[in-house]
Design a protein around this ligand. Structure first.
Ligand SMILES: NC(=O)c1ccc[n+]([C@@H]2O[C@H](COP(=O)([O-])OP(=O)(O)OC[C@H]3O[C@@H](n4cnc5c(N)ncnc54)[C@H](OP(=O)(O)O)[C@@H]3O)[C@@H](O)[C@H]2O)c1
Length: 328
């Protein structure tokens, strides 16, 4: 049977990882391409999904049978705080256009991407799939969080009204090749890799913001890619699934920075700027549902994944998204 899988946001960190896995896993294997499948990866240059007409054009062009919906306005804390309305509106528009066009054009299945940022600020840990709507999100990202939460609401409404097979995935912090390595507006791992790389290159100190004590769960983008492919093939329920390493695999920011120092080969002065904010100490998420469903999964060891990411960044420094050049 010929299936067309359209990946929106296909030129970003997660989309490029799915493309890599689909192109490198053995054909016909659990995470590899199946016979008759066509995978299409689109970015914003293929159509601005905030605009319904452009969304319709993309869908008319590719006629997807399945959609992995990753496209989103994504940003760090500062950007989220400054542009709450833009994060709310852009993401609502993108999500509504993708879901409704998928419905109208009879896509058989849509998996949308949420984030652990959508969970309530005041909540009992660990986070699990039942707690998305049980309290207000943190005020710093309420625009992004509410827009993402609405996807879960929409998925249930499409299922109840039309029987649609729409669902969502909730990844924890993702890192890997093709990330945004901007020094100002990136997530912690790519930002620190870039800082450490420059410290080595310029012979300057490597300064990590905060105490280094907070704990986070990080998932390698290539592992996450496999989990999306698993969901596409084997998961047909509207309820979301948290895609993450286990709660017992939290790492501290200091452990992250130590591993970066080793991978970059930096031997200069390395300190913590404890005057800078730490953010939440920890917000563990449970991957119990995922492991039960998938029946075991081999996550790439953190240090190995980090080393691969550093290697990729160094080899692609001129083209990586670093703030000094437009996206590759
Ligand atoms: N990174 C994380 O740690 C993390 C954690 C949890 C969840 N997520 C979720 O994972 C998904 C993918 O994130 P990512 O980290 O891969 O982000 P990313 O690297 O910033 O990629 C975002 C993608 O969305 C596309 N896009 C943005 N605005 C668009 C628009 N108006 N129309 C069409 N396409 C648009 C971008 O296209 P161009 O590049 O062509 O502009 C890009 O392909 C998002 O839904 C995000 O919320 C990410």
């Amino acid at each position: 049977m010929s299936n067309v899988i359209l990946v929106t946001g296909g030129r970003g960190l997660v989309g490029k990882a799915i493309e890599h896995i689909i192109n490198t896993e053995p054909e016909g294997s659990r995470f590899g391409k199946k016979p008759g499948e066509t995978w299409i990866f689109i970015g914003s240059a293929d159509g601005d999904l905030r605009d319904v007409e452009q969304a319709k054009k993309v869908f008319e062009k590719y006629k997807p049978t399945h959609v992995i919906h990753l496209a989103a306005l994504v940003g760090g804390l500062f950007k989220n705080m400054k542009y709450k309305l833009t994060f709310l509106r852009d993401n609502i528009l993108i999500n509504d256009n993708v879901l409704h066009t998928s419905y109208e054009q009879k896509a058989q299945k849509v998996i949308s991407c949420l984030s652990t940022c959508v969970f309530p600020d005041k909540v009992e840990y660990p986070l699990d799939e039942t707690k998305i709507h049980s309290g207000l999100p943190h005020e710093s990202n309420f625009g992004y969080a509410h827009a993402k939460r609405l996807v879960d609401v929409q998925n249930h409404a499409y299922k109840e009204q039309y029987g649609s097979n729409f669902t969502s995935a909730i990844p924890t912090n993702v890192f890997g090749p093709y990330d945004n390595f901007d020094l100002e507006d990136s997530h912690v791992i790519p930002g620190l890799i870039h800082k450490c790389y420059l410290a080595k290159k310029n012979g300057t100190p490597f300064v990590v913001s905060g105490t280094g004590k907070p704990l986070r769960q990080f998932i390698y983008s290539y592992d996450l890619a496999k989990l999306f492919i698993w969901m596409l093939r084997e998961y047909d329920d509207v309820e979301p699934v948290i895609l993450s390493v286990g709660e017992n695999e939290e790492v501290s920011i200091k452990e992250v920075a130590d591993a970066i120092v080793r991978a970059v080969g930096f031997d200069g002065n390395y300190t913590f700027d404890t005057a800078r904010a730490d953010g939440q100490f920890r917000k563990p998420a449970s991957n119990e549902k995922l492991l039960k469903l998938i029946g075991g999964f081999q996550f790439t060891p953190f240090e190995l994944a980090l080393t691969e990411t550093v290697k990729w960044f160094v080899a692609n420094y001129e083209n990586a998204r670093t703030g000094k050049k437009p996206s590759a």
